[in-house]
Every structure is written in structure tokens, then in C-alpha cells.
Design a protein around this ligand. Structure first.
Ligand SMILES: [Fe+2]
Ligand SMILES: [Fe+2]
Length: 289
């Protein structure tokens, strides 16, 4: 696959929507329908975003020079969107702290992982970003496609997650295309080996760290031991079963010819905009990139 034959839709526009959430009122501690495990899982995921998405931005930006103009433009949209996501999830995390959670152990773990990655060459960092962006895109797809995931959630917070999911789908090809550009002189076999290895590595860390983080937050709500594990595994694998639902999409990453835009799921963006009415209309914001 060369950069001129990418399946990225030619009419794709990556448009940052500069929204702010939850500034008016405190977020309830168990904002996800009063459920300890659901709140813990989403809160644990949110602790990764402020530092994690800043890392995505620097990893992709390292390859912006010399990128074809269309890709350079997409990188700009991507970095602006991720910068706003970092800001909003940081605000969300502070509200979780105000409601009584201690996120320091979770945030320290994120920083530890990022420090290990940053010590590696830039190409490894863009590979890790590309793999994690596939992860976020398939979670985002499932989140928007199946309303059960945010069922019962406090509406402003549910809106934050949907807004983030929309933009993750919109820019899902950017890190991948940057990776293809950065490795354009590599043999296909080498490219596949590195991307497969990196995906397995980040998946392992993602599952281990988010599980530990979720269990830690559940512990802060007084749920521990077998009961905590059972609630967590049921939520992730059975109902609503996010991990089970994304397993197939995760596997597709390893197929020859994989590209995030082999599946055009922009219909989810259209239905989000239609449901949200005028307030969600695409607002152009200053380019932070
Ligand atoms: Fe994001
Ligand atoms: Fe992203």
C-alpha cells in the first residue's frame, strides 16, 4: 500500500469540535449508573488520556516534516483534536478526584509506561501510537454503535465520551498513515513484524494496566477480591462486553492489507451529529498544531 492508494476517504475532514464538559456542576462519584465497576473502568481509561494523548501528538509530529500535504493537514487536525481531548479528560479526572477518588497510582503507572516508550527510537513511538489509535478507534466504534455501553450514565459525562469517540473515529487513520509514510522504504515483512510485535506489547500493557487501575478504583469504593474480579470481567466480556465486541476488529489489525479506513464507519458520526442537533455542528477552532 502506498500513500497514494490509501483507503482514507478523500473527502474526510478532521474537524476539532472545541467542547467543554462538566464545568457547571460536580460529577457524581458513581456517574456511570451508580455502578462501581462501570465507573471504575471508564475512570481508569480516562486517567490515560491527558498524558497518553500528548504522547500520541509528539510521536506523530516527529514525522510531520516531509509528509505529503494531505497527510500534513490531517496531522494538524489530529493534534488539535488530541490536545482538546487531553484538556477535557484532565478536567474530568480532576472531577473524579473531587468526588473522592485518588488517581495518583493510576497516573504514575501511565507516566512509567510513557517514560519507557520515550526512551525508544521515534519509529517505535509512532508504531505504539498507531497500535493504540487502532485500539481507541475500535472502542470508539463500539461505544457509538451500541448504546448499552453508556446506558444509565450521567448525561454530560456520557456526552464527553461520545464526543471523544466521534473524533477518534474521524482521525483513526492519521497515525497509521504517518507510520506508513515513515516506513515507506521498509520491506513489507519487516513492517508487519514490527507492527504485530508492537500491537501485542501495547495490548498486554493496556489490559494489565487498565485491569489493575479499575480494581484499584473499585477497592476505593470498598469492592475487592473475587467479587471485584467477577464484576469487572462480566462487564468487560459479557454484558455489555466491550472486549468481546472489539475482539474481531482487533484481530483485523494483523491481516495483510489492513488499514483503519477499510471500514468506513462515518455513518456513526452522522448519526451522532443528527442526534445532537445544532450544538454538535462542526465548529472550526484555532489550530493548536
Ligand atoms: Fe483522543
Ligand atoms: Fe486518537
Amino acid at each position: 500500500m502506498t500513500l497514494t492508494t490509501l483507503p482514507t476517504p478523500p473527502d474526510l475532514s478532521i474537524t476539532p469540535r472545541d467542547r467543554r464538559f462538566g464545568r457547571e456542576a460536580a460529577t457524581p462519584r458513581l456517574w456511570h449508573g451508580g455502578r462501581v465497576e462501570a465507573t471504575a473502568i471508564y475512570n481508569a481509561l480516562s486517567t490515560t488520556f491527558p498524558a497518553g494523548e500528548a504522547y500520541f501528538v509528539e510521536s506523530v509530529r516527529a514525522f510531520r516534516d516531509g509528509a505529503p500535504p494531505k497527510l500534513a493537514e490531517e496531522i494538524k487536525g489530529f493534534t488539535t483534536q488530541e490536545a482538546i481531548h487531553s484538556r477535557e479528560h484532565d478536567a474530568f479526572n480532576r472531577r473524579a478526584e473531587q468526588s473522592g477518588y485518588d488517581l495518583s497510582r493510576l497516573e504514575a503507572q501511565v507516566e512509567k509506561r510513557l517514560a519507557i516508550s520515550r526512551a525508544r527510537p521515534p519509529i517505535v513511538n509512532v508504531a505504539a501510537t498507531m497500535a493504540l489509535e487502532h485500539f481507541t478507534a475500535i472502542i470508539a466504534h463500539e461505544l457509538l454503535a451500541n448504546p448499552r455501553h453508556l446506558e444509565g450514565a450521567e448525561s454530560e459525562t456520557a456526552d464527553l465520551w461520545r464526543w471523544h469517540a466521534v473524533e477518534e473515529i474521524e482521525h483513526k487513520g492519521v497515525a497509521y498513515d504517518t507510520w506508513l509514510h515513515a516506513t515507506r522504504h521498509w520491506p513489507r515483512s519487516k513492517r508487519w513484524k514490527v507492527k504485530a510485535k508492537v500491537m501485542l506489547y501495547v495490548t498486554r500493557n493496556f489490559v494489565v494496566d487498565r485491569t489493575a487501575g479499575s480494581l484499584e478504583l473499585m477497592r476505593q469504593d470498598g469492592v475487592t477480591g473475587f467479587r471485584a474480579w467477577a464484576m469487572l470481567l462480566r462487564y468487560l466480556w459479557v454484558r455489555p462486553g466491550m472486549f468481546r465486541k472489539i475482539a474481531g476488529a482487533w484481530l483485523k489489525f494483523f491481516l495483510p492489507g489492513f488499514h483503519p479506513w477499510n471500514e468506513d464507519d462515518r455513518y456513526l458520526l452522522d448519526s451522532y451529529a443528527a442526534n445532537a442537533g445544532g450544538s454538535e455542528s462542526k465548529r472550526k477552532v484555532r489550530r493548536a498544531a
